[in-house]
Design a protein around this ligand. Structure first.
Ligand SMILES: *Cc1c(COP(=O)(O)O)cnc(C)c1O
Length: 380
């Protein structure tokens, strides 16, 4: 079946739930055994819950994987993946990435002996050099956050596999509707379902999807042993959100491209970082690897941090907030907000400078969004 059909039906069979068309919220911690030594399909909600199972099955289908796992947050999903590795392991990591992932690697996993080595994954010679020094995994984000750089998923996966490493791709920014990393050889997909997959800014959640049954068994064990799973109510909300993922992503992309093109022509804008624009240095890779561009991108204003702050203060339709992927448009300043936990020298080296602004373009009317930015830019 095709994506839109799977998004609405995969994981739920009404006949199994008294005919309920929507998956019920199984708000229960435990399940009665069918007899002594005879558990039913579920025994305890940390190990498994029918509402969670519906979401996990749906997400696996949307990514084209064999097994999906739902977590309390995106960070809980990432922590669970990273617990596959032991002290002494090295992981090659995209140098420009989500600030929370950087903090997890530097402040938690480095302390217990899992070492992240930061590499610009656009540079395949550098990837090869880092891998040949010994690594167990490559951690990819594409597009990167907030700089919107792309990583060639197929090329990096080939190099990783030649060196005995697996690839992990954080697919939060595009969602499976616009990018399916398994088609390019990626081994593990992680998501913050908080973002586009849920899409309504009312849940924090995460997911892992894998293809290899051996990896699925390990993740399943860790999810249960560590208790990082999502609760049934949140799984229900994410399931409700995911049904409209395809239509939302199309509209996010249409609005975001409209805003990006308008900004690119504005005299107070220094640069627009959007892979759907021909000015993006990897526009060709974007067309090869992605089915669309999503709704989040960044731009640089002329006049540095002072001008950036004036713009953030002046907008009215855009809400000043972290996060992305909801129906409402958000605007934020990576240096002082989402990426504040990254060392200033590192930020500078990555190009995350104080003139940079990231927006998540929502589903409001495009004319209102442009009018809002237009009047705000007049004040900077
Ligand atoms: C938000 C986000 C995360 C973390 O997810 P939470 O649900 O906030 O824990 C991870 N990766 C990316 C790319 C994100 O945008």
């Amino acid at each position: 079946m095709k994506f839109r059909t799977l998004a609405i039906h995969a994981g739920h069979e009404p006949a199994d739930h008294q005919g309920a068309v929507m998956p019920p919220i199984y708000q229960t911690s435990t399940f009665a055994f069918q007899g002594v030594n005879r558990p039913g399909p579920f025994d305890y909600s940390r190990s498994g819950n029918p509402t969670r199972k519906a979401l996990e099955t749906c997400l696996a289908a949307l990514e084209g994987g064999t097994a999906g796992f739902a977590f309390a947050t995106g960070m809980a999903a990432e922590t669970t993946v990273l617990m596959l590795f032991r002290s002494g392991a090295r992981i090659v990591v995209q140098s420009d990435l989500y600030g929370g992932t950087y903090r997890l690697l530097e402040s938690v996993f480095r302390e217990i002996g899992v070492e992240a080595v930061y590499v610009d994954l656009r540079d395949l010679a550098a990837v090869e050099a880092a891998l040949s020094a010994g690594a167990q995994a490559v951690w990819i984000e594409s597009p990167t956050n907030p700089l919107m750089n792309l990583v060639d998923l197929a090329a990096v996966s080939v190099l990783a596999h030649q060196n005995g490493a697996i690839t992990v791709c954080d697919n939060t920014f595009l969602s499976p509707y616009f990018q399916r990393p398994f088609e390019f050889g990626v081994d593990v997909i992680v998501h913050s379902t908080t973002k586009y997959i849920n899409g309504h800014s009312d849940v924090v959640g995460g997911a892992i999807v894998v293809r290899d049954p051996h990896l699925a068994e390990k993740i399943s064990f860790l999810q249960n042993a560590m208790g990082t799973c999502a609760g049934p109510q949140d799984c229900y909300l994410v399931l409700r959100g995911v049904k409209t993922l395809a239509v939302r992503m199309e509209e996010h992309q249409r609005n975001a491209l409209g805003v990006a093109r308008w900004l690119e022509a504005h005299p107070k804008i220094e640069a627009v970082l959007h892979p759907g624009l021909p000015s993006h240095p990897q526009h060709e890779l974007a067309q090869r690897q992605m089915r669309g561009y999503g709704g989040t991108f960044s731009f640089r204003v002329k006049g540095g941090q002072a001008a950036a702050f004036r713009l953030l203060e002046a907008v009215k339709v855009f809400t000043l907030a972290e996060s992305l992927g909801g129906v409402e448009s958000l605007i934020e300043h990576p240096v002082t907000m989402t990426h504040a936990s990254v060392a200033p020298a590192t930020l500078d080296a990555m190009g995350i400078t104080p003139d940079l602004i990231r927006i998540s373009v929502g589903l409001e009317d495009l004319e209102d969004l442009i009018a809002d930015l237009d009047s705000a830019l007049q004040k900077i």
